[in-house]
Design a protein around this ligand. Structure first.
Ligand SMILES: *[C@@H]1O[C@H](CO)[C@@H](O)[C@H](O)[C@H]1NC(C)=O
Ligand SMILES: *[C@@H]1O[C@H](CO)[C@@H](O)[C@H](O)[C@H]1NC(C)=O
Ligand SMILES: *[C@@H]1O[C@H](CO)[C@@H](O)[C@H](O)[C@H]1NC(C)=O
Length: 331
């Protein structure tokens, strides 16, 4: 029983001891969003995620799971899927009923929203830790630790009473514990394995430059766009030669629809100081051949070169990005 997970870990972490080698997600979570419009109307949304990649949805009309990837089931059998679907149907029904029943006692004012997140996460060394947290109106409300409901400070007295109440649902707690501690880890390992090709793929970023809205008279906002890369970790800096420039603002990492990411790095500079600056991008897919885009020199076309001088990265940089920089740089 113990051996199998370790054999799997050897597959998931090629290179054995180095966890860095594993670039993909490490957690599975189910997210519940329940909206209560009034005393008679409620809607439950469910979804399943590997870190921030959605692999499952929930059809609340038919009460069935939607598997968004061919490998989303991991090694869970169709019978087990049907059992889990039934469990979630019952859960969503009872949850709605109980919340509506207690709404006035807990002075919950319509409309309100309840969010739940539950799942398990693979930690370095191979241990898997399960978690469950609930929020009310966007504020932490409760969590579970060692089978015990722990009220969140933000939830006040309401959280404490609610936790005491929940602890009386012994059978429900038993089922949730079984799902989190037995089924989730087994599923997580199997789905990380079945989706390995997609989860551990490497997709190179494209990068291009543009100027943003002027921050003030005589100043320029340099924008370096990096898009289409996977996995998520990326390093983007404005440089003067080998020197990192201070004051860089990074946007949030935004998802593209195709499971790749987008990031923007901006730098506010005096117009005269922009020449000579370059945007440098490091990403695991580039295998050390950083993308370097130089600001300006429009009349010659953008001067693009590549750290380490790889022909592959150079071709990529000169492709779409070069043309795009010229267009946007003029705008
Ligand atoms: C309850 O909310 C739903 C959805 O917003 C609405 O269609 C319905 O008319 C409301 N019912 C009452 C009794 O207010
Ligand atoms: C849960 O159990 C662990 C290990 O037994 C312990 O270290 C931790 O403090 C416990 N947490 C709570 C909230 O009881
Ligand atoms: C599914 O995969 C998990 C994790 O690798 C394993 O523990 C479990 O035995 C597998 N179940 C089946 C039915 O193959």
């Amino acid at each position: 029983m113990l051996l199998l997970p370790f054999q799997l870990l050897a597959v998931l972490f090629p290179g054995g001891d180095s966890e860095d080698a594993f670039q993909g997600p490490t957690s599975f979570r189910v997210i519940q969003i329940s909206s209560f419009a009034n005393s008679t109307w409620a809607h439950n949304q469910g979804s399943g995620w590997l870190d921030d990649l959605q692999i499952q949805g929930w059809n609340s009309d038919s009460g069935t799971a939607i598997f968004l990837k061919p490998w989303s089931k991991g090694n869970i059998s169709d019978e087990e899927v049907a059992e889990l679907e039934e469990l979630f149907q019952v859960y969503f029904f009872l949850f709605t009923q109980e919340i509506q029943g207690y709404a006035s006692e807990f002075q919950l004012e319509y409309p309100f929203q309840i969010q739940g997140i539950a799942g398990c996460e693979l930690h370095a060394g191979g241990s898997i830790v399960s978690f469950l947290r609930g929020a009310l109106g966007g504020l932490d409300f409760l969590s579970f630790e060692n089978d015990t409901c722990v009220p969140a400070p933000e939830g006040g007295i309401r959280s404490r009473i609610f936790c005491a109440l929940i602890m009386q649902y012994k059978i429900a707690i038993y089922i949730v514990k079984k799902l989190l501690v037995e089924i989730c880890p087994r599923y997580l390992l199997s789905v990380l394995y079945s989706g390995k090709a997609e989860l551990q793929r490497q997709v190179k970023p494209e990068a291009w430059l543009s100027s943003g809205p002027s921050p003030g008279p005589g100043r320029l906002l340099l924008v370096c766009h990096v898009s289409g890369f996977y996995p998520k970790p990326v390093w983007v800096r404005w440089m003067l030669g080998e020197q990192e420039q201070p004051g860089i603002q990074h946007s949030d990492l935004l998802p593209n629809a195709d499971w790749t990411w987008y990031l923007r790095a901006t730098l506010d500079v005096a117009a005269g100081e922009a020449a000579g600056l370059s945007c440098r991008v490091k990403h695991s897919s580039l295998e050390g051949q950083d993308i370097i885009l130089h600001w300006g020199e429009k009349e010659l076309g953008p001067r693009l070169d590549v750290g380490g001088g790889g022909p592959q990265a150079e071709r990529q940089a000169l492709g779409k990005d070069g043309a795009r920089q010229m267009k946007e740089g003029e705008g």
